[in-house]
Design a binder for this molecule. Structure first.
Ligand SMILES: C[S@@+](CC[C@H](N)C(=O)[O-])C[C@H]1O[C@@H](n2cnc3c(N)ncnc32)[C@H](O)[C@@H]1O
Length: 583
């Protein structure tokens, strides 16, 4: 239900640039040295008139639509499908505050939202899902009073245990807290949610980074960051909370639009005041036409900041002047300055990149002008609108080389595979998390990154020596892909030539690494780790694998030449950390 088909629009822009009149604009575009210059060139194209939101910006709730989903549930082939359809019924059912008014207070048997919610509890109960968590929903207590009179006895009995469980639970009208792991080495005094054992630094050719100020053992949690903005892929909007990004078994819909759900009234309120109030009326424009979660993330960055915060940055929209780190500055991912300072690599981008992101920035600007962002008294003149578009362009660029993927582990059987197979990390969306973005890449990383809901956790996977840079992996591990493939991917996506040890010294891939026999103590630790992992004790497993990695490192003659055993230990540790912190 896209209002603008972006793929179509890009090809129209391309066609126009190839015409005689377009070639003048093309030259201006090539010669422009700033984002706003490129946007000014693009705005001369007549195709740019199409980069304008069309049609309704909000997906409206309606009783007939909700009833339709409810009826379709009867023919569903599996519980999974059933729950998805019921989620849609809940989402589309009018809720208090919307035009059709107060459905939970309507006590008639045909009441759609009530029916959908009750049916949902019933299905959850029937398929043995953790319905106590589902029961922990704000509306369940209210449902007790509005049980349809004609509910069957059997259904009522089944519901009894669910309702009893609800009585045991605190009401989920507050945000479910995140159980984030403890940061190793105490908290940094100026890097928020980061360990005191790392400091920001600047390295010529790589930019800013984080450096250890003492030896840090494997398995140490160094950052538990909160993102500034985040977005789910639209295929998750029925199943995951827009605020905490966790799967919700008991969706609490937005009271205004039929597009999104939350897992509690608390999450709904938090998202409403942070970004959803402003975006609710334009979400269909942002979802439409193949816009990625990245575009939504950029829109949410601007909406979260608000015009008062953005205004001083309008004049700086084209400049990136970071050449060092300020030792006195406080660095907080929840502050807009940190997001603004993320490296956009604008100078290294191709003309095609400029056209695509520029067109998108113009479209996003026009969507945002329909929101409270630019409503009086924040009105913007033409020059300021161009600057705001350039700011959005900068964020579209910086998101592409700083944004993080959010994912969740999905049991193999839910993916239609054998129940004994390993769970798989499935992409949910993305997050803008500026402290985490200070970490550079290496094809031989010394840490891994895990998301817990929308939060991002950095944990070491081998010893990070004092003075050593903390290094993540942007999905190019030296033992998994040849150097040329890794370098090409990093250059294309993140605009740098990787200079890590594995690249400089042409380290071989896994099969050609030396295979050293583990000594008895390492063997014991690997066995203990494997046993804990199969018992589901992922944190204990991670501890054992971290200790094994440390012993292997201690046995190692040359720390710059990892062997297969060290690679294996890091691999096991990474997997267990994923399992331990994602749950
Ligand atoms: C997530 S940011 C890392 C922080 C960044 N250095 C800064 O100053 O904000 C990613 C960008 O850092 C730079 N970078 C990261 N790893 C690098 C490496 N191994 N070699 C050179 N540049 C690197 C590239 O510009 C890349 O697009």
């Amino acid at each position: 239900m896209g209002s603008v088909d972006m793929a179509e629009l890009f090809s129209r822009v391309g066609e126009e640039l190839r015409t005689q009149e377009g070639s003048r604009i093309h030259r201006q575009l090539r010669e422009a040295t700033s984002g706003s210059g490129r946007l000014a060139a693009l705005l001369q194209l007549s195709a740019m008139a199409e980069a304008t939101p069309q049609g309704p910006g909000r997906l409206d709730k309606s009783r007939p639509a909700a009833t339709e989903w409810l009826l379709r549930e009867r023919d569903a082939g599996s519980d999974q499908e059933r729950l998805a359809l019921l989620n849609l019924a809940v989402q589309f059912a009018p809720t208090p505050g919307s035009e059709e008014q107060q459905p939970l207070e309507l006590r008639d048997h045909g009441q759609t939202l009530t029916a959908a919610l009750l049916r949902r509890q019933h299905v959850l109960h029937g398929c043995g899902r953790p319905e106590d968590r589902a029961a922990n929903a704000l509306y369940l207590r209210q449902l007790r009073d509005v049980l349809p009179e004609a509910t069957s006895k059997k259904f009522e009995r089944e519901l009894e245990s669910v309702l009893a469980a609800a009585d045991e639970q605190p009401a989920a009208d507050e945000e479910r807290p995140f159980k984030l792991p403890k940061i190793y080495g105490g908290l940094h005094y100026k890097l928020k949610r980061t360990s005191a054992l790392v400091n920001p630094a600047y390295v010529e050719g790589k930019g800013r980074c984080l450096v250890a100020n003492e030896d840090i053992p494997p398995g140490s949690v160094l950052i538990t960051d909160s993102p500034y903005a985040w977005a789910l892929g639209s295929d998750r909007w029925q199943t995951h909370c827009q605020n905490c990004c966790r799967r919700t078994l008991a969706p609490v819909p937005c009271t205004q639009c039929a597009a999104v759900v939350f897992c509690s009234a608390g999450c709904r309120q938090a998202a409403w005041s942070r970004f959803h109030r402003a975006e609710c009326g334009i979400l269909e424009h942002l979802r439409g036409g193949g816009l990625t979660p990245m575009a939504l993330m950029v829109a949410r960055t601007a909406l979260t900041a608000g015009m008062a915060r953005l205004r001083p940055y309008l004049a700086r929209c084209d400049s990136y002047d970071i050449t060092d780190v300020d030792p006195a500055a406080v660095y907080d991912s929840l502050e807009y300055d940190a997001v603004f300072d993320q490296v956009p690599n604008s100078a290294f981008r191709s003309i095609l990149d400029a056209i695509r992101r520029g067109t998108l920035a113009i479209y996003l600007l026009r969507c945002l002008l329909l929101t409270e962002l630019a409503a009086p008294p924040a009105e913007l003149d033409e020059r300021q609108q161009l600057q705001l578009a350039a700011l959005l362009l900068r964020h579209l660029e910086s998101c592409a080389c700083n944004g993080f993927q959010l994912s969740e582990l999905v049991p193999a059987e839910e993916l239609g595979r054998d129940a004994d197979d390993e769970p798989e990390a499935v992409e949910l969306g993305g997050a803008v998390s500026a402290t985490m973005s200070l970490i550079n890449h290496s094809c031989d990383p010394n840490m891994t990154r895990v998301n817990h809901g929308r939060h991002l956790i950095a944990v070491t996977t081998r010893t990070v020596a004092a003075g050593e840079e903390l290094q993540d992996n942007y999905r190019a591990l030296f033992h998994e892909a040849p150097r040329a493939v890794r370098q090409a991917a990093l250059l294309e996506r993140y605009h740098f030539n990787c200079q890590c040890s594995a690249c400089r010294l042409h380290w071989p891939m896994y099969d050609r690494l030396s295979a050293v026999a583990p000594r008895a103590a390492v063997r014991d630790l690997l066995e203990t780790g494997a046993q804990s992992e199969s018992d589901g004790e992922f944190r204990s497993a991670a501890q054992a694998f971290a200790a094994a990695a440390q012993l292997v490192e201690a046995d190692h003659d040359d720390p710059l030449q990892p062997n297969r055993l060290l690679v294996d230990c890091q691999g096991y540790l990474t997997r267990c950390l994923w399992l331990a912190y994602r749950l």
